[in-house]
Design a protein around this ligand. Structure first.
Ligand code: FES
Length: 215
């Protein structure tokens, strides 16, 4: 999808009342003169507000300038932070940002099938593209730190774990129909990161009786 098909960069960015309430809490954590330390949470609040207002969680340049002004720091330092971290999108993304882990554990557990399913349902040809309807953007990421339940598909802020191609198709089609996403976590009912099928060790629930110490 070409950039010009996205909503244009807003002419002006102003924090809304919800963001302002959060900003007040964030800034209270830092001593006077050290507000620049709040650059990460403020950029995050911009991204959340953009998602609320436009459906696309990203950081317009004008909004980064607002953060720089608020924190009394040079705009270039805000741009440096925003472009360093993958959690910040410096270009518009679809309503659902699909982040696919293709690092070795996820790859061994079938991440290629997830990639193929995303491409098929969204009509996306390659990573970095957004679907024609603006619903999905697909990004390739390195280890998401949840290898124990690989393969992982991150959608916006949520992890969908123990995925496969079929589950991915069903999930994306559900989003296309406008239905709410399912609860995140393991998609095969695994309890946290326990073995599939339940615990295999420490099965004796009865506490052991302490033995008296003898000399
Ligand atoms: S390799 Fe995919 S979460 Fe670690």
């Amino acid at each position: 999808m070409a950039d010009q098909e996205f909503p244009a960069e807003p002419a002006r960015f102003v924090f809304d009342t919800q963001s302002e309430a959060e900003i007040a809490k964030v800034l209270a954590r830092y001593p006077q003169g050290k507000q620049a330390s709040a650059v990460l949470p403020l950029l995050w609040l911009v991204q959340r507000q953009m998602a609320r207002q436009t459906g696309s969680a990203w950081l317009p340049r004008g909004a980064m300038d607002v953060v720089a002004h608020r924190l009394e720091m040079p705009p270039i330092r805000v741009y440096e932070v925003a472009t360093f971290y993958l959690m910040f999108n410096t270009k518009p993304v679809g309503r659902y940002h699909l982040q696919l882990c293709t690092t070795t554990p996820c790859w061994l557990r079938g991440s290629d099938d997830l990639v193929a399913a995303c491409k098929k349902v969204a009509g996306i040809r390659a990573f970095g593209e957004t679907s024609a309807d603006g619903l999905f953007t697909m990004t390739e990421v390195e280890c998401l730190g949840a290898c124990v339940n690989a393969p992982i598909l991150q959608i916006n802020d949520d992890y969908y774990e123990d995925m496969d191609g079929e589950l991915t198709v069903a999930l994306l089609e559900r989003l296309q129909r406008g239905e709410a996403p399912p609860a995140p976590g393991s998609m095969i009912g695994r309890q946290t990161s326990a073995p599939v099928g339940g615990a295999t060790t420490l099965l004796d629930a009865a506490p052991r009786t302490a033995q008296p110490v003898t000399e």
